[in-house]
Ligand binder design. Structure first.
Ligand SMILES: O=CC(=O)O
Length: 328
């Protein structure tokens, strides 16, 4: 059996797979295989370990007759056409849970960094422009007593809410449906409509998974509906928030600050309006990038492939395909 891995990952994580399959690894660490290479490799592979940068679409799946499992090394899987995979009997897996805490940490870093204008502060020191303690220069805003709005209250949202509570913030959230589980209730997080979320949040965190119908769901109009002086954090997938509209709202001062870890186009194009916007903290999609978490993600993805190849249910099939994977 053959498995193609679309990025170089440490050999120790691939070891368990080598006992069951011939493993081929794309040799680059940070550049994906070109689509035609992925297609060729998929043609005679039983398994693929993919990243969020790889498009596993209907046509690629159709040209991969032996494929049994696509293990996405990410919690988001909008890069995979899950419906097409399910139809073909291909199991799709992802890496939830293991990255929840690391990603929530990074969201808080963005919240704190945006609220305290840390990018400007660092530049002051690095560029040797710091002239001394100034009582009213470079001021940020407090978080205690403010309202944190979470759009997308899932595992990561709840972990963000937990952290924000310890900073003295009140929590509101919006999902398609209220979450009834005790974790969210214990956090005192209040379910609100989408317009209420926009209107109530001092800090709004976007954590909702990408879906095509959500493209630019937060645009100029929605930003206008937010409080003047609010902070917007984007941490799930790019494209949900109109980046040009955010840059404009930062320029006019309607938004106090913004923080991004994900973008509509990655890596961020040189001419992105966000680069020229004031008070914006831009990170290169590193939500889960800790040693422990990436190791856990790699182990989980590899284990999922091994299990499917051995005819066992994987640990973490995507919910849409859970039945197919023998786990519901
Ligand atoms: O963005 C990263 C992930 O989905 O895991």
């Amino acid at each position: 059996m053959r498995v193609f891995v679309t990025r170089r990952i440490p050999e120790e994580f691939l070891e368990p797979l080598r006992a069951h399959a011939e493993v081929e690894v794309w040799p680059e660490a940070d550049v994906p295989p070109p689509p035609d290479v992925l297609r060729t490799k998929a043609m005679d592979a039983e398994g693929l370990i993919t990243l969020l940068t790889e498009r596993v679409d209907r046509s690629l799946l159709a040209s991969a007759p032996k494929l049994r499992v696509v293990a996405n090394l990410a919690v988001g899987y909008n890069n995979v056409d899950v419906a097409a995979a399910c139809e073909r009997g291909v199991v799709v897996t992802y890496t939830p849970d293991v990255l929840t805490e690391a990603t929530a940490d990074l969201v808080l870093l963005l919240v704190l960094g945006a609220a305290r204008r840390v990018r400007e502060a660092i530049a002051l020191v690095e560029e040797n422009r710091w002239r001394g303690w100034a009582p009213f220069d470079g001021l940020g805003v407090d978080l205690a007593g403010k309202t944190l709005g979470i759009w997308g209250m899932g595992r990561i949202g709840a972990a963000v809410a937990r952290r924000a509570r310890s900073f003295g913030m009140d929590i509101v959230y919006h999902n398609r449906r209220p979450r009834e589980d005790p974790t969210v209730r214990e956090l005192g997080a209040r379910y609100v409509s989408f317009p209420e979320l926009l209107a109530l949040s001092d800090v709004l965190v976007v954590l909702v998974p990408y879906a095509p119908e959500l493209r630019h769901r937060i645009g100029a109009e929605e930003i206008r509906a937010m409080k003047s002086g609010a902070i917007l954090i984007v941490a799930s997938r790019g494209g949900i928030v109109d980046e040009a509209a955010v840059a404009e709202a930062l320029a006019t001062g309607h938004l106090f600050a913004a923080g991004f870890d994900v973008y509509e186009v990655e890596p961020l194009p040189e001419d992105s309006p966000l680069r020229r916007a004031p008070r914006v903290l831009l990170l290169p999609h590193i939500g889960s990038a800790t040693e422990e978490t990436r190791a856990a993600m790699a182990r989980l993805a590899v284990d999922n492939v091994v299990r499917v190849l051995r005819g066992l249910p994987p640990q973490t099939p995507v919910p849409e395909c859970a039945d197919l994977a023998g786990k519901s």
